[in-house]
Design a binder for this molecule. Structure first.
Ligand code: UDP
Ligand code: MG
Length: 238
């Protein structure tokens, strides 16, 4: 029987203090699953010691792989690079900020046996109130205008069947719309509740200004794509 590989892809921008704890937590959980796995960190040109920290951790963790960008390109680019490097049939994504609990990963892996994409839903989200309110408004608007019903598309903790990810051409900001774009490719998408923790170290890279307006422009693009999606069934006659 062919061994299934799990690739965990994590974008990193100035997360030096989170990385040792995150890697330890991930390795503990993944070793227990007895699955073959790799953890791919994509350093998005951090200006702190994130890259040095990852290099130092390399000798302790045989499953660790590191990509590094020469300039900051954003989370979608980091995901894209990680997806391309990944060797697994299943790809799990999460943030490097310790706000997700690695113990939820086995639950995603169990669920993806029956689906193509499993999205985390932070039912009890632990973020500042302004972020909670703005995300709620953005999610409502996004779902309404794009005819979608995903509760928490901003949740990075997700699992994907790699064959679907390989079909997607990523653009800046598109990581927020992956479930919708993959549904357009015929993927079966579901959501499960995941834990969420307050950020202890480092800062969120997004604020209302750099998120809402850009995401709205991205939303218009996705609505257009959805409307103009080619959707034919054909029979080859001869
Ligand atoms: N990140 C990145 N490049 C960026 C911005 C963010 O690689 O330009 C990473 C960041 O280190 C984190 C993830 O993407 O692992 C999500 O960012 P963050 O946690 O700051 O966003 P939030 O969860 O607060 O919306
Ligand atoms: Mg985060």
């Amino acid at each position: 029987m062919q061994v299934q590989i799990i690739s965990i892809v994590i974008p990193v921008y100035n997360e030096e203090k989170n990385l040792p704890l995150l890697l330890k937590g991930l390795a503990t959980v993944m070793d227990k699953t007895q699955k073959t796995y790799e953890i791919i960190f994509v350093n998005d040109a951090s200006t702190d010691k994130s890259l040095e920290t990852l290099k130092k951790l390399d000798s302790e963790y045989p499953h660790l792989r590191i990509i590094s960008f020469s300039k900051n390109c954003g989370q979608s680019a980091a995901f894209d690079a990680g997806f391309k490097l990944s060797r697994g049939e299943i790809v799990v994504t999460l943030d490097a900020d310790l706000q997700y609990d690695p113990r939820d990963i086995p639950r995603l892996l169990e669920k993806i046996r029956y689906y193509d994409v499993v999205c985390g839903w932070r039912k009890n989200r632990r973020d500042p109130w302004l972020k909670l309110v703005s995300t709620k408004v953005a999610n409502g608007l996004r779902n309404r205008l794009s005819g979608e019903n995903i509760k928490d598309t901003g949740c990075s903790l997700k699992a994907f069947r790699k064959c679907f990810l390989s079909e997607i051409k990523m653009y800046k900001g598109m990581h927020r719309f992956l479930p919708t774009l993959l549904k357009m490719q015929g993927a079966k998408v579901t959501e499960i509740e995941v834990r969420h923790l307050p950020r202890k170290y480092g800062r969120s890279k997004y604020n209302i200004r750099n998120r809402i307006f850009r995401s709205f422009a991205d939303l218009l693009a996705v609505i257009w794509m959805k409307k103009r999606n080619l959707n034919y069934k054909m029979e080859v006659i001869k």
